[in-house]
Design a protein around this ligand. Structure first.
Ligand code: ZN
Ligand code: ZN
Length: 173
């Protein structure tokens, strides 16, 4: 779905769309599980900047590798968005981008339209947490043998860090 300035000049556009996996391009380490549902509105703001405001709600489930055990972990995204898009050429003429406090949600669009897929791609990536874990209780991979410790205890003994430091100290002396 693409919102053009020409159409938005006449009226806001309401949308309610489901994107199937693959329709929105994600980095290869991420996988969309099931449909991505988005509903909301696009409007051209009545100011001289040519700003487009996109508001709505997106719901999707993303699968990423658990940071501890590397098994697939599900990350739900279920959030409201309120985003402002400004034409890129207005930025170029001024050379520099000055964003005032509270304007951090402003992005830029090229040409005379904004593609919903691009907006969603960006929004979903920003919504993902910095760390992904399959479960808070995940025991991760054994640093000695590499076994997934959630599946079976491998019996390796991992030397506590403190002992190693103690060893170094005695060498120094
Ligand atoms: Zn895990
Ligand atoms: Zn082990």
């Amino acid at each position: 779905m693409i919102f053009t300035i020409t159409e938005l000049e006449h009226h806001p556009i309401l949308f309610d769309v489901v994107y199937q996996p693959g329709e929105i391009e994600l980095p290869e380490e991420l996988r969309q599980v099931g449909g991505l549902h988005v509903e909301g509105s696009a409007e051209l703001l009545k100011n001289t900047l040519g700003e487009i405001r996109l508001r709505g709600h997106v719901k999707v489930e993303i699968e990423a590798a658990c940071d501890r055990c590397l098994e697939p972990a599900k990350v739900p995204v279920d959030s409201d968005f309120d985003l402002f898009y400004r034409p890129l050429e207005k930025v170029d003429t001024h050379g520099e981008i000055h964003l005032e406090e509270g304007e951090i949600d402003i992005s830029f669009y090229e040409g005379d339209s904004v593609a919903l897929r691009e907006v969603l791609r960006e929004f979903v990536l920003l919504s993902l947490p910095m760390r992904t874990v399959c479960s808070e209780e995940c025991r991760g991979l054994c640093p000695v043998c590499g076994e997934n410790r959630n599946l079976k205890p491998c019996g390796c003994t991992v030397a506590p860090k403190d002992e190693r430091w103690a060893g170094l100290k005695s060498l120094e002396l």
